[in-house]
Design a protein around this ligand. Sequence first.
Ligand SMILES: NC(=O)c1ccc[n+]([C@@H]2O[C@H](COP(=O)([O-])OP(=O)(O)OC[C@H]3O[C@@H](n4cnc5c(N)ncnc54)[C@H](OP(=O)(O)O)[C@@H]3O)[C@@H](O)[C@H]2O)c1
Length: 342
Amino acid sequence: MTNLINRQFCLASRPVGYLKEENLVFREVPVPQPSEGEVLVRVVYLSLDPTNRIWMSNMDQYMPPVELDAVMRGITLGVVEESRNPKFAKGDLVTGMLGWQEYALAEGTTGSAVRKLPRDMNAPLPAFLGPLGLTGCTAYFGLLDVGKPSEGDTVVVSAAAGAVGSIVGQIAKIKGCRAVGIAGSAEKCRLLTGELGFDAAINYKTDDLLAALDEACPDGIDVYFENVGGKILDAVLTRMNLHARVVLCGLISQYNATRPKPGPFNFSQILMKRVHLEGFIVLDYITRWPEAIHAIAGWIDEGRMHYAVDIVEGLENAPAALGKLFDGTNKGKLIIKVSEEP
Ligand SMILES: NC(=O)c1ccc[n+]([C@@H]2O[C@H](COP(=O)([O-])OP(=O)(O)OC[C@H]3O[C@@H](n4cnc5c(N)ncnc54)[C@H](OP(=O)(O)O)[C@@H]3O)[C@@H](O)[C@H]2O)c1
């Protein structure tokens, strides 16, 4: 491996507003050699996530920001090419935070931890960065542990046609709830009420939000799974039932803001309706991930759950592709194909 070149993106400067080309630098460095305890992983797929934009900033966040000049952090699926760790063998498929690069050292004293893919599942590899990975776990634990839906409840989810939101609504249906999705195009709304089985869908770009919520949620809202923030959160807060739950999972409308956005303006409704609002980070549930992954794999196998992956070829296209999450052009879980599957 010593003669091979490793290509990687490093953070050159912190973006102000949307990510620009000059914020990342594409470097070529030698592929590293594993030391005792380490493994060398070839990255096959890189997950692009809205939180990548948070990690590039220096706001207070749930992990340290990516340091300037460091390889951009990213969740990956790869194959072990060389192992000096008895727990891993050449050819093992692993996931972990190995970053926006083609090769990475993992494990040992300095490498990121990686976990082997579950052997008892025969899904396409990209699924392990989507419904059978962090995305699925986010939907599962956010909805079930924080949202605590009961049969017959009305569950509303924003960014509903996206990777997390689409799984949230489908779990809500499996649990006997009324699922209402909020999304940004007529095509996405048709997907929600068609293939994905939601009861109703609202186009936040063209519908009158309050009137549409009244029509879609005649019994009010018991659980709101929040991915977006801003005007959608404000509208939903006015329609919550007594003792409703808000799962604060994401605020994507704020991630490129150049100054703090005011709001929510209808915060008083949390008091009036005794709403339980809880911030949720899926990493807090990591020891329980196998539970979610097995449940979701079962639902997919039974044909009760559908998902889509949006695969963009080539690591060099990662910065531009990240923009798809913010302009809504991603069709399912956004993933970069970095190298060929083994
Ligand atoms: N807390 C956690 O542990 C955790 C873990 C994973 C993800 N998340 C959060 O979950 C959310 C969804 O992530 P994902 O990976 O599943 O992405 P995704 O939903 O597949 O893609 C993002 C979607 O957000 C919508 N969006 C973008 N900007 C928007 C805006 N200004 N207003 C309204 N909608 C906007 C777009 O859909 P439309 O076309 O519908 O606008 C876009 O397709 C994000 O907020 C993310 O940060 C949280």
